[in-house]
Structure formats: structure tokens, C-alpha cells
Write a protein that binds this ligand. Structure first.
Ligand code: SF4
Ligand code: SF4
Length: 441
């Protein structure tokens, strides 16, 4: 089934042919305590402590929170505010590696997932610090705990990877299909679900074939090649494409009985149970015309961005922007001192000639953004309301349903900064709604 709207940007996925390389161990790691949506963790180590690989560095700061773990063995040299990829300084644990890379004694296999109780599996995934690795970074154990009145009947594995330039998921599906499919089975067991879908964009048919071949015979899984269209990997669009179900405005996938996980998360879940590994590494695509040697890398969480760029031959002289994620939904970095975090699916290095300059020009009412919006919103109207600080009026135009996919800005001939305007509007509206709630309390 095809979802409405969407765009066809240049995919620039030349790195799809590059096998994942292991980045050699570095000398220093910086592990922020906040790498997920929800409350930041609380540190459980202090300067001078020795830590083993995989040892918890923090404890969750609430139910919607997870711990972070040491990416290698070494000495804690600081617990302090350091540059974070979200553009702020945030508390992080700095580790000087001892070069031994010795596992912490608490890292032990948890067992065979088929024989484990769903609640025990969920707790183990929480303790492993699992979050959605497609970029959303929502704690996995929370997502796997739907309210009783929203039972999940369908599990969906998201292998769309529709964001241009990024190929880390593609490589994971090709190189670790067994782990991906064991992860699917594990998620099905936690949810008590008997049917799953795997959706992959048609430009990655080799990945779908690999997953099909690796599917354990006891799992009932439907495999589908999806239309190549951005944002095919957005949850609501993926659910519609695979099941024909429409998540209602303001709703969540659980409202239509679905739960979606990314392929990297599936591998991490399997490894958390079968090997006892906490989430301390991930596959990241380092790409763009401003990096000398593009690569798909297996990186330890906490690796300084500067080390990663140096390992890829360094930036070219005409570099203008380094983005975490892809060009559509990624976050521009203001410092090269930030670390790789759990949600860093890509590092995109763009030269000056490829950076779009948005303008504050007026809307010419062409309607292109309305046709492109996959959520059926009116981006042109939302943009104008935001420019005029009419925050409360945004509610009438369902601004909260905006998935910040960037399709509207991509096709705007007037180069209006629609996503920046809408993001600001959403934040202002949330602030007003909170004040309303506090006033009513
Ligand atoms: S960024 Fe928001 S408004 Fe723009 S196309 Fe995507 S969902 Fe629609
Ligand atoms: S695409 Fe740009 S110019 Fe056209 S209607 Fe939308 S905001 Fe206006």
C-alpha cells in the first residue's frame, strides 16, 4: 500500500557497498548520561574509579530512562558537563582507556530468549540500556510495555532506511541477518505477538532476501518490499504501507495494535540477551562529499567525533556542515568535540556547495508543501502562523502531528525554513499547554 505525500530526494547511498569496519580502540571516550528520550540517568561512578567494559556508569533517572555503560575498560577521569550532540553541554563520564578492553564481570549471557519469561526479557533489555537506534532513542523497555487497554497484535521490523545517505541499517541486514531475525523473535516473545512484518525499501532487495533466508522456521513473518519514497521509514507511514491501518491524528502505533522497532535495535536486543552485552556499540555511516574516506563503521558509544573523522581520512577543506543523522532529519553539529551516542545512525559531512540556504522570503502559495506532507498537514499555513507568533492557533492545524520529516522544506521553491519554524511552534505550543495544565491544577 502507498502512503500519501512524500518526496523522492537523491538517495546518495554509495556507502551501501562498503562492509562494516571495526574502528580500532581509542584512548578517550565521553559517555553522556542523556542519550535517550526521557529523564537523564544518575551517575554511579566518580573520578578515579576503574571500570570494566560494559559496566554501568549510571542508573536510570525514572521509568522513561535507561543507564549508560562503559564502552571499554579504563579509568574515569571526569564526570562533568561536556559538549553534547544536541547542542548543549550535558553531564558525561569521561574514560581514559587502559587498552585492555576487559569486560566487566557482570556482563554475562542472560540465556536463550525462547526459554525466558517476557517480563525478564524486558527487564534485561532495560538493564542493557536499550533505546530505539533508528534515531528516536526512546527507551525500548518502555515501548515494550503498552498499557493494558492497547494490546499489541502486530510487530513490525523497520528496515526501510529511507533517509538519504545512510546505509548502516542496510549493512546490518546484509551482514547480521540472523541476529536481526532472532531479535524479531525476541520482541515477538516479549509482546506475546504471533505475527510480524518486515518492511524494506525496494532499493534494498538484497537485504530483504538475506533476512528471509535467516528467518527461524518457528516465526510467522511476512516480508515486504516497499515503495522507494521518503519518509517510508516513519512509523505511521510504514504501518500504513504494511497493514493498511491508519494511526489516528494525535495517536500512536499502539492505537492500531502495532509496535515498530528498527533493525539495529533488534540486533542490540538479541546481543543483550544471548551475550549479555549492554548497548555500547553501534553501526554508523560516515558519509558525504566533505569526508575523504566514507565508511560504515562499528563504533563504541562515546567515541569522540574528531577520532571518527580522522579515521575516515579527515574532512575536506570545503566542509560547511557536519550533521548527526541524514540530511532530512539530522542535527547539525556545532562542535567536533561531541561523542557518538546511541542514536547516531550517520555522520554526514557536507561541503559548502551542497548546503541549502533557507530564506525568509514570502510563501508564493504554490501548494507543493501540502502535496508533499505525508501527515496531511498544511505546512505553508503552519509556517505563517509560526512567523506571526500565533502559537495557540497551531493547535487547530494539528501541528503536534508533524513528524519533522522535512518533506515540505525540501520541495519549497521559496526555500522557506518550514521545519525550523514548525519545530519552534511545537515547542512554544507545548509550553503554553503546560502552563494551561498548571493553571488548571
Ligand atoms: S515536516 Fe511536518 S509539516 Fe513538513 S512535511 Fe513533514 S510532517 Fe508535514
Ligand atoms: S512550498 Fe513553500 S512557497 Fe509553496 S505553498 Fe508551501 S511554503 Fe508556500
Amino acid at each position: 500500500m502507498k502512503f500519501k505525500g512524500g518526496i523522492h530526494p537523491q538517495y546518495n547511498k554509495g556507502t551501501a557497498a562498503l562492509p562494516v569496519e571495526e574502528m580500532p580502540l581509542g584512548a578517550r571516550y565521553v559517555v553522556p548520561l542523556a542519550q535517550h528520550l526521557g529523564a537523564p540517568g544518575k551517575p554511579v561512578v566518580a573520578k578515579g574509579d576503574r571500570v570494566g567494559r560494559g559496566q554501568p556508569l549510571s542508573e536510570p533517572g525514572g521509568f522513561v530512562s535507561v543507564a549508560v555503560h562503559a564502552p571499554t575498560s579504563g579509568k574515569v577521569t571526569a564526570v562533568k558537563e561536556l559538549p553534547h550532540p544536541l547542542g548543549l553541554e550535558m553531564t558525561a563520564v569521561e574514560i581514559e582507556a587502559d587498552g585492555e578492553d576487559a569486560w566487566w564481570e557482570g556482563v554475562q549471557p542472560r540465556g536463550a530468549w525462547r526459554e525466558m519469561d517476557p517480563a525478564a526479557l524486558r527487564d534485561a533489555l532495560r538493564d542493557a540500556g536499550l533505546v530505539g537506534m533508528g534515531g528516536a532513542t526512546f527507551p525500548t523497555h518502555v515501548k515494550l510495555s503498552p498499557p493494558k487497554d492497547k494490546p499489541i497484535g502486530t510487530f513490525i521490523l523497520n528496515g526501510a532506511e529511507c533517509e538519504p545517505y545512510l546505509t548502516s541499517d542496510h549493512r546490518v541486514m546484509l551482514e547480521q541477518p540472523r541476529e536481526v531475525m532472532e531479535g524479531v523473535g525476541l520482541f515477538m516473545k516479549v509482546l506475546g505477538v504471533t505475527k510480524a512484518y518486515v518492511g524494506v525499501e525496494a532499493n534494498k532487495a538484497d537485504a530483504l532476501d538475506a533476512l528471509k533466508a535467516a528467518c527461524p522456521p518457528d516465526l510467522d513473518v511476512a516480508f515486504a518490499l516497499l515503495e522507494v519514497k521518503y519518509p517510508q521509514g516513519s512509523e505511521k507511514q510504514l504501518i500504513y504501507a504494511l497493514t493498511g491501518r491508519t494511526v489516528p491524528a494525535g495517536g500512536l502505533p499502539m492505537d492500531v495494535g502495532c509496535l515498530v522497532q528498527n533493525v539495529g535495535t533488534a540486533v542490540a536486543a538479541y546481543e543483550a540477551i544471548a551475550k549479555g552485552w549492554p548497548l555500547i556499540q553501534r553501526v554508523t555511516t560516515v558519509t558525504g562529499a566533505a569526508i575523504r574516506q566514507p565508511k560504515n563503521l562499528r563504533l563504541r558509544v562515546g567515541t569522540p567525533l574528531g577520532d571518527v573523522l580522522a579515521f575516515c581520512g579527515g574532512l575536506t577543506e570545503d566542509v560547511a556542515k557536519v550533521v548527526y543523522g541524514g540530511p532530512m532529519m539530522g542535527i547539525a553539529q556545532f562542535s567536533l568535540d561531541v561523542p557518538i551516542i546511541k542514536g547516531t545512525s550517520g555522520v554526514l559531512c557536507l561541503p559548502d556547495a551542497e548546503v541549502v540556504q533557507y530564506l525568509a522570503d514570502a510563501c508564493i502559495r504554490c501548494g507543493a508543501c501540502v502535496d508533499a506532507c505525508p501527515m496531511g498537514l498544511l505546512p505553508s499555513t503552519l509556517g505563517v502562523l509560526c512567523e506571526r507568533d500565533r502559537w495557540e492557533d497551531l493547535e487547530d492545524f494539528n501541528v503536534a502531528d508533524c513528524i519533522e520529516c522535512g518533506s515540505c522544506a525540501f520541495c519549497c521553491p521559496a526555500y522557506r525554513p518550514l521545519v525550523q519554524l514548525i519545530k519552534r511552534g511545537k515547542a512554544e505550543l507545548r509550553r503554553i499547554q503546560k502552563m494551561r495544565q498548571q493553571g488548571a491544577a
